[in-house]
Design a protein around this ligand. Structure first.
Ligand code: NDP
Ligand code: MG
Length: 390
């Protein structure tokens, strides 16, 4: 069967990896639609290679800029309505949600409501609106397949049937610890964006690279796992594993622990989810354990990485607290990448916003967006205070 695929955020790191897997299997997948925000040249290149029926760009000006440079059969749509349209179009049965941050929420949700095979990389959507998002998946009859390597690993290690009956005791998320795992705490204040974006084992977009460096990424993944697998945060452990070979683990009642291993390359979880329940070639180099020789594990360091504590507290608090955490983090990371905030202030800004936060249970996406905006305003004020003091 030929699957039509829409890739939301095709010009990014996940988008490029998804296209690399698809290009190996032209008999299985047809690219129905692509989208980009700023890297329009990349979008044009991808369009000539994959000949999508539609592309989505941010606005009319961008559409006018690229229309004449695309294949004649490719329609150009704009903005969030364009993204929602390609996510729900019947010509795509598979949607890869690879937009970064809160901007991915509405398009990812449109795919869930339309009952797609939804390959989710956009973890921020689940962090912000987990309960409503999972309800939309259920109501739309969507099949939610995690692309995040840890969650994809857990998905592979879980039994197919009801989990409780199968005796699942704990989920264990692994994380590399990022580039500053062993950096002396007093050196954290002078970390630059370039240092933060140089991840030791993964090549990723800048926002998630900074999240990996603060370990907020592991915190967001903790919340993501709660929703994906329907468990409380107290049943999820985090373990540091610098080699990024063991992608995560599931512990069973009898003491057995199942893990998924592989080289750190996002094409593996993407190929898994694209073909699931079948298996296809991903292009990832085969794992050579003898050459790797050593796999190390350690507990995360709460002193270097306060973001982990903040995210766990947000997961435990529930309601709109994770949405506030996510929004504050996005603002702080953007300020750090712009050179306007020191690295150590990222977690401090998030903590500042959460300290004064009065939690509520959002009953609609509009309510989630209101919480998101409120948290961004508080974060902006905290960032201003930081730069005045600094
Ligand atoms: P990138 O920054 O590389 O790509 C993000 C994509 O989203 C690009 O196509 C970008 O367009 C688009 N985009 C950015 N802002 C907007 C916006 N406001 N509206 C619409 N589209 C937008 O990020 P990654 O690919 O690294 O990450 C994507 C998601 O996947 C994130 O949620 C991340 O947490 C998750 N993820 C990523 C992993 C990785 O290995 N990279 C691993 C696990 C999860 P353009 O580039 O044209 O501006
Ligand atoms: Mg991950």
């Amino acid at each position: 069967m030929m699957r039509g695929v829409a890739i939301l955020g095709s010009t990014g790191s996940i988008g490029a990896s998804a296209l690399a897997v698809i290009a190996r299997h032209p008999e299985r997948f047809r690219v129905f639609a692509l989208s980009g925000q700023r890297r329009l040249d990349v979008l044009i290149e991808q369009s000539w290679q994959f000949r999508p029926s539609a592309v989505v760009v941010p606005d009319v000006a961008a559409a006018q800029q690229i229309a004449a440079r695309l294949p004649a059969a490719t329609r150009v749509l704009v903005g969030v309505p364009g993204l929602e349209e390609i996510a729900a179009d019947s010509r795509a049965d598979t949607v890869v949600a690879a937009i970064v941050g809160a901007a991915g929420l509405l398009p990812s949700l449109a795919a869930a409501r339309a009952g797609k095979r939804l390959l989710l990389a956009n973890k921020e959507a689940l962090v912000m609106a987990g309960r409503l998002f999972m309800a939309a998946v259920a109501a739309g009859g969507a099949t939610l397949l995690p692309l995040d390597s840890e969650h994809n690993a857990i998905f592979q290690c879980l039994p197919a049937g009801p989990r409780e009956a199968a005796g699942v005791r704990r989920l264990i998320l692994s994380g590399s610890g990022g580039p500053f795992r062993t950096l002396a705490p007093e050196q954290f204040a002078t970390i630059t964006p370039e240092q933060a974006c140089a991840h030791p084992t993964w090549r990723m977009g800048r926002k998630i690279s900074v999240d990996s460096a603060t370990m907020m990424n592991k915190g967001l993944e903790l919340i993501e796992a709660c929703w994906l697998f329907g468990v409380g945060e107290e049943l999820i452990d985090i373990v540091i594993h610098p080699q990024s070979i063991v992608h995560s683990l599931v512990e069973y009642a009898d003491g057995s622990v199942l893990a998924q291993l592989g080289n750190p390359d996002m094409r593996a979880p993407i190929a898994h989810a694209l073909a699931w329940p079948e298996r296809i070639d991903s292009g990832v180099a085969r794992l050579n354990l003898a050459a790797i020789a050593r796999l190390e594990f350690a507990a995360p360091d709460p002193q270097r990485f306060p973001a982990l504590r903040l995210a766990r507290a947000a997961a435990a608090a529930g309601g709109d607290v994770p949405a506030a955490l996510n929004a504050a983090n996005e603002e702080a990371v953007a300020a750090f990448l712009a050179g306007a905030l020191p690295f150590t202030a990222i977690a401090a800004v998030v903590e500042d916003v959460l300290e004064g936060w009065s939690a509520a249970e959002p009953d609609s996406i509009a309510a989630v967006q209101a919480s998101d905006e409120r948290a961004r305003a508080l974060a902006a004020a905290a960032i201003r205070r930081c730069s005045e003091e600094g």
